[in-house]
Design a protein around this ligand. Structure first.
Ligand code: SAM
Length: 365
């Protein structure tokens, strides 16, 4: 990769934006960051190796990076799991002392850090590095403490330090800002599959709640009402029932028996595109496998007609032009909601538990 420097170089300015993404989505992630930066009048080039699980963006003017750190909104990016700002890659890290050059570089970026994260791409290849990374974490943390660099419990004040290894002798040293980056190691939330949930899809909705609503959200209160379109066997319904939300589960397929026995789930065998609730509900959730534009239109219609206040929905992406397709869906929804004069917030994210898909969140303001 370009701009390599030897590990002996100690003072290194920020030069790249490093974005972690789902392997296979580098092209989308790169196109999105390039597009986003055009709004900030910043040009540069993106290095996006297929299936590498990350994108490296280098602005032509490195001095723009501090401004970009303020302007880019991580939570608005769809395909990036994490966003960090890095020095040029460190290569040839000496096996007998990798710590010194890594911490020298870190110190040149910021004197203090709130936490240290040792990371790799989310690829099978990089998994072979996990033993090395685990062993390295303790000695590195100790050395950073001795230098007085790490101040835990100061998350807001100091950046997070990220060491992103592509192999044991090569790493990017970068930083992230709390509130403008993923709080999870490698941008991956570690959610435990709940045993009584009827499908693994349940984790998609749980992650969506975490990502879009944060901790203890006011949007999820007991006794609220929801419609789940394409509900069977009930993984998403399970998340709502867990929060004591009353659910109408719409699907021609069978629902999990235990969920039906909860007393707060009504199963309606109907076409999700035709179904409408008798009374408006708080939540619409939708995981039907259908053309993304059809789902987008349906969700916007519910909101425009005042049938729900919040919606979380999944868009299954086509094989090609996936970023374009999400943008098309967003535009289509924006036009429909503007025409209906509904004030709204609309966000999309490719969550860790999403595969060839993205999740959307729509709220009436
Ligand atoms: C990916 S699965 C949903 C999984 C579910 N969210 C869970 O967590 O268990 C998609 C579901 O959408 C349903 N579906 C597809 N098209 C539908 C339609 N037009 N109306 C109702 N359900 C539909 C399918 O029957 C299938 O059960």
């Amino acid at each position: 990769m370009d701009n390599q420097i030897n590990a002996s170089v100690t003072s290194t300015p920020l030069q790249h934006l490093l974005l972690y993404c789902r392997p296979g989505f580098e092209k989308e992630c790169a196109a999105e960051i390039q597009n986003t930066l055009l709004d900030s009048d910043v040009a540069g080039y993106a290095n996006a190796q297929p299936d590498s699980g990350f994108v490296l963006f280098t602005p032509y003017e490195a001095h723009e990076i501090p401004r970009l750190m303020r302007e880019i909104r991580f939570f608005e990016l769809i395909f990036a799991r994490q966003l960090i700002f890095t020095a040029p890659v460190l290569t040839d890290l000496p096996p007998d002392d990798r710590i010194t050059p890594l911490l020298n570089c870190a110190e040149s970026l910021s004197p203090y850090y709130s936490e240290i994260l040792l990371e790799t791409a989310d690829t099978n290849e990089a998994k072979s590095l996990s033993v090395f990374v685990r062993k390295f974490a303790g000695p590195l943390a100790k050395a950073a403490t001795l230098r007085g660099m790490s101040e835990s419990g100061s998350k807001k004040k100091h950046p997070g330090l990220h060491l992103f290894f592509s192999d044991s002798s090569k790493a990017y040293v970068g930083l992230s800002r709390s509130g403008n980056s993923s709080p999870w190691l490698m941008g991956i939330p570690r959610l435990k599959f709940p045993r009584s949930a009827p499908s693994r899809s349940t984790l998609k909705l749980e992650e969506a709640f975490h990502f879009f609503l944060g901790e203890n959200p006011r949007q999820l209160e007991p006794a609220m009402t929801a419609v789940d379109l394409g509900a069977a066997p009930g993984g998403w319904t399970w998340q709502l029932v867990k929060r004591s939300i009353r659910v109408t589960a719409v699907d021609n397929g069978p629902m999990d028996r235990q969920l039906l026995e909860s007393g707060i789930v009504e199963h309606v065998r109907a076409d999700g595109f035709r179904f409408r609730p008798v009374k408006p509900v708080d939540w619409l959730v939708c995981d039907m496998v259908e053309q993304p534009a059809r789902i987008a239109r349906l969700v916007a219609q519910w909101m425009a007609e005042g049938l729900c206040r919040y919606a979380i929905f999944n868009l299954k992406l086509p094989m090609k032009k996936r970023y374009d397709e999400v943008r098309r869906c967003r535009e289509l929804m924006e036009v429909m909601l503007d025409d209906a004069e509904v004030p709204f917030q609309l966000r999309f994210k490719q969550l860790y538990h999403d595969r060839e898909e993205v999740t959307g969140y729509l709220a009436r303001l």
